[in-house]
Every structure is written in C-alpha cells, then in structure tokens.
Design a protein around this ligand. Structure first.
Ligand code: TRP
Length: 344
C-alpha cells in the first residue's frame, strides 16, 4: 500500500543485563547503518525501560543498565545529533498510547505471542499483566511517532505483525484510513542470529548463566580472545561451501560472527578459510573480534564515567521525541472522543 507517512525509523532495546555481541551484530550495527541512509527523515533509538519492568528490576540496576544501553548506542556509532536517543519513560506518550492499544488489541492476538509463552514458561498465572500486554506497548512505541520502518531481530517479527494489526484495527474502527502507517520490519538476515559460544543451538543471551557463552560489549580484549579460543567447535576443518556448515551449528555460528564483523558473506569467509581447522580460524576470529569490539567497550566505559553527560543526551532526545509524538497524541485523543485528554 502506498502511504503518505514520512519515512521514519524507530527501534528499541531493553536495559536488562549486559549488552552482548549478539545485541551489537543483531541490532546496533543495523541502527548505525540506517543513520547513513537519508531517505529517512528521523531515526529514534529508544532504551525501553518501561518494557524492562514487565519482570522485576532492581531499581538502581535499571538506571545503570539504561545508561549502559545509551552509552552502547553512542559508542557503536549513533550520533545523538542525527539520531534521537532517549529512554522510554521520559516520554509519556508511550504509556498513554500503550493503554489505548491495550483496548484495541484482542486477547486472542496476544494469546498467540510466542515470546510471552517462552518468557512466562510454566508459571503463566504468576506472570505480570505487563508481560502479557508487552506487545501493545511496543506498538505504542512505534506508532506514537508514526514510524514506518523498524529494525528488529527475527524474534520480534511477530510483535511487529501485531503492531500492524493494531494500526489497521485502529484505522478501521475509527474510520481514519491511513491514520497510522503499517510499519515494516528491517531485518538483516546475515547478522540476525548470533548463537551461544557454548551451544550453537541457543541464542547468545545476556541471561545465560554461563558468561563464557557470550561476548559482553564491555569485556576486556584478553577476555574476548579467551572466550573465542574456548568456544565450542567440532573436530572437522571448515568446509569450502556454505552448504557444508549445515548440521554444524557451532562452526556456522563462528563463521557467521566472522562474516558479520568483517562485513563479508559467509561464502567469502569460507573462500578464505575453507579446508583450515579451528586452530587457524579461531585466532583470526579472536583478533577480528578484539579489534572491532574492544574499542567500543572502552568508549562505553569512558562515557559511563560521566552520568550527567549521558542523562543530558537522554533528556535532549526525549524532548525531540516528545515534540514528534505530541501532535499524534492530540489527534489520537480527539479521534477517540477523549475530550481534552492527554498532557500534551
Ligand atoms: N521488544 C524489543 C526486544 O525485546 C524491544 C522493543 C521495545 C522494540 N519496543 C520496540 C523494538 C519498538 C523495536 C521497536 O528486542
């Protein structure tokens, strides 16, 4: 469908635990690349602290992690002038529109969300209501700005489809065609999935109990190299063709990491390393990972020394974000007949 909406990018990352190489390659690299594409009028990169509290967060740790994600955004190459960097709780439109969307979305839609099922596990009765309605807040994040493009990992595709369903139902229920755009996911397939270094079947995760399973963005150069050297592999040499990686989850993952960090395809990497064993490949991968990641970690640590400076960036971003959301929220309240509603 053709839409009249200004091309605008929105994405978010949760401030929970340490950021990993998976977050960097799966999301941040994509965010930074979009900054260079001038078909987008605005780019908003949000630290979604309201999403984080769908499971209990220790308050001091939540503030620390919020600043850490902001520092990672900047250290990875987002420019706070060209991109709008802020945390979700500073802009009230998210919570306000989130509530309204809880009334638009249907129980049946949310019941189908696989991430809720995974996160709630067996103990569904004891999950927070917020964890269940999480995707309605995510829809609000995006649509409060009428964002049209959303860089996300594969695991968020279902939430983005729900966002489109909410937008379409709102437009239809209130007879306001094209009021909200139906936002498109932007997924970089090569880099979308970085797996655990201990088990190539599981996603690299900040919540894995084994620290050896992941590269944290703030790991020292020595620790990064050590984790790569100890990463699980199989005894076979690398194949010369990508097909030869199937059924070899760990080999596939390490080649994928090399490809993503060097900006090559897996085929390019195998053209160089095919036939060689991990004894030769791992040191090359360790050097590359250290060269790309250690400087970002160092810059993050430097930025985090000055909390006031990070908070000033978040406050400025929030002001610019609120300026974009305010007219949308005004129209939303008017459309629903919530007379005089909202703080804007
Ligand atoms: N749910 C996303 C995740 O866990 C984070 C997120 C929240 C998000 N709001 C968003 C991503 C809006 C894109 C757009 O990764």
């Amino acid at each position: 469908m053709t839409t009249t909406h200004t091309p605008r990018v929105f994405s978010g990352m949760q401030p929970t635990g340490n950021l990993t190489l998976g977050n960097y390659l799966g999301a941040l690299v994509n965010f930074v690349a979009l900054q260079e594409r001038d078909e987008f009028a605005d780019r908003l990169y949000c630290v979604v602290d309201l999403h984080a509290i769908t499971v209990f967060q220790e308050p001091a740790e939540l503030s620390r992690a919020t600043r850490e994600v902001a520092a990672a955004y900047i250290a990875a190459g987002l420019d706070p002038e060209r991109s709008i960097i802020f945390n979700q709780s500073r802009v009230t439109a998210h919570a306000e529109l989130g509530w309204i969307f809880t009334c638009v979305a249907r129980m049946g839609w949310l019941n189908r969300m696989t991430q809720f099922k995974e996160k709630a596990g067996k103990n569904k009765e004891n999950a927070s209501v917020g964890l269940f309605s999480y995707p309605t807040l995510m829809a609000a994040d995006i649509l409060a700005y009428r964002a049209t493009h959303v860089p996300v990992g594969e695991d968020q595709k279902q939430h983005l489809e729900l966002t489109r369903d909410i937008a379409a139902k709102f437009n239809n229920d209130f007879s306001v065609p094209d009021f909200f755009p139906l936002p498109e996911p932007l997924i970089q397939p090569e880099t979308a999935r970085i797996m655990s270094l201990r088990n190539g079947e599981n996603k690299m995760s900040k919540s894995d109990p084994s620290d050896a399973s992941r590269i944290n963005m703030t790991d020292s150069a020595d620790l990064i190299a050590q984790k790569i050297r100890k990463a699980k592999t199989d005894p076979e040499p690398l194949p010369s063709e990508v097909d030869g990686l199937s059924g070899r989850a760990e080999a596939m993952n390490l080649v994928g990491i090399y490809a993503a960090l060097s900006g090559q395809s897996k085929a390019d990497v195998l053209a160089e390393y095919g036939g060689q064993g991990f004894g030769a490949f791992k040191p090359a991968l360790a050097d590359l990972t250290v060269a790309k990641i250690a400087p970002i970690g160092e810059e993050m640590r430097r930025l985090l020394e000055d909390e006031g400076a990070i908070d000033a960036i978040l406050a400025d971003g929030a002001e610019r974000a609120a300026t974009l959301a305010r007219p949308v929220m005004r129209e939303v309240y008017d459309t629903l007949g919530l007379t005089g509603g909202g703080s804007a």
